[in-house]
Design a protein. Structure first.
Length: 115
């Protein structure tokens, strides 16, 4: 998996540019489907990552990129990661990309590309 470019609003992975949040699940890139989390938007001021979403848990490490730091991750997600014994890293997206590049083995990713 090659992260080739990241800027506000887009990310290029393996030659493909995405203009939306992405999930990388065992090497497969897909759009983050955040509709299930929208009901929590008012409480957080932003649509958070919640356990209502299809989180790619089949890994030993889950990295969540929060854009510039604005994407909230609900405590329930953190508790679920601990329960599943998945190491959870929550970082601004640019730092999350770097963390994945340094250690991609058994790592799944959720990347927020705006704010």
């Amino acid at each position: 998996m090659r992260f080739e470019a990241f800027s506000f609003g887009s990310i290029r992975i393996d030659g493909v540019t995405y203009e939306h949040d992405v999930v990388i699940d065992r090497g497969q890139v897909r759009k983050r489907k955040k509709k299930a989390s929208r009901k929590f938007r008012e409480a957080f001021g932003h649509t958070p990552v919640s356990t209502e979403e299809d989180i790619p848990w089949k890994c030993s490490r889950l990295v969540i990129g929060t854009g510039g730091g604005a994407l909230p991750v609900m405590d329930k997600v953190k508790r679920e990661a601990k329960r599943r014994q998945v190491k959870l890293l929550v970082l601004p997206t640019s730092e999350a990309i770097q963390a994945v590049k340094e250690n991609p083995e058994q790592t799944n990713v959720i990347l927020h590309v705006t704010c």
